[in-house]
Design a protein around this ligand. Structure first.
Ligand SMILES: NC(=O)c1ccc[n+]([C@@H]2O[C@H](COP(=O)([O-])OP(=O)(O)OC[C@H]3O[C@@H](n4cnc5c(N)ncnc54)[C@H](O)[C@@H]3O)[C@@H](O)[C@H]2O)c1
Length: 207
């Protein structure tokens, strides 16, 4: 599968490296030129055991690349993972401005059917919010491009993130449409059966 990761911080880089290790072709987009330059140079800007080796090997073998251009990242992508920060304010409410901005940018840049996967930590209802933003941006362009939004919150622990991703004890992948569920299978198939069976397949229940 061809995958675009938007936000190459902790969660985005682990997701990108592990999906490329599973054989997917992954393009990572980050607004920070410094982050992209560091990763292109084969250096890792976060500490996580085993991650540098995965990034180096998959970059060298052409399955992993880094860019600041969302259009370049989305070229040929079937999936776009939103992995940007959602900082909590003093009231404990998480700020969705980065998620909203990425949804807007994807809506303006996408040129082919796409499954948008939200990996950031967000409140219930955010998939509908992202869906509305994408729909609004596509309508503004009069672009009738199909898309789906899937919630796939990340549970990895810093220090064990690669292991947690590759051998999860639980994961949640909540596609809303049969198409999103069908298309997602190749992306999740390499995960162990135990993790797949504990996924929340909300598709059938909602339609
Ligand atoms: N770090 C963890 O251990 C962890 C674990 C589980 C869940 N989460 C959740 O995952 C999400 C991401 O967390 P993180 O720690 O990876 O964040 P992070 O701050 O390390 O990385 C976010 C990245 O997104 C980039 N970015 C921001 N806006 C962008 C845009 N418009 N386009 C492209 N790139 C953009 C930033 O430059 C940064 O590199 C958060 O919601 C967090 O709560 C984090």
């Amino acid at each position: 599968m061809n995958v675009c990761i938007v936000g190459t911080g902790y969660v985005g880089l682990v997701t990108a490296a592990c999906l490329s290790e599973m054989g997917n072709h992954v393009r990572c987009v980050d607004v920070s030129q410094e982050v992209v330059d560091t990763l292109r140079a084969g250096r890792i800007h976060i500490f996580e055991p085993g991650l540098d080796e995965l990034v180096r090997r998959n970059s060298a073998e052409g399955r992993l690349m880094f860019t600041t251009s969302l259009a370049e990242g989305l070229a040929g992508a079937e999936f776009a993972f939103i992995c940007v920060g959602t900082p909590s304010g003093s009231d404990g409410v998480c700020d969705l401005c980065y998620v909203d901005a990425v949804a807007e940018q994807i809506g303006r840049a996408m040129s082919a059917p796409l499954i948008v996967v939200n990996k950031s930590t967000v409140p219930v209802g955010t998939a509908d919010r992202v869906r509305a933003i994408l729909g609004r941006e596509l309508a503004a362009r009069k672009a009738g491009i199909e898309f789906d939004v899937v919630s796939n919150p990340e549970f990895l622990k810093e220090g064990d993130a690669v292991k947690d991703f590759m051998k999860p004890t639980a994961s949640s992948w909540a596609p809303r449409t049969p198409r999103a569920r069908r298309c997602s299978r190749p992306c999740t198939r390499p995960l162990p059966a135990a993790a797949r069976s504990s996924s929340s397949w909300a598709c059938a229940a909602r339609r």
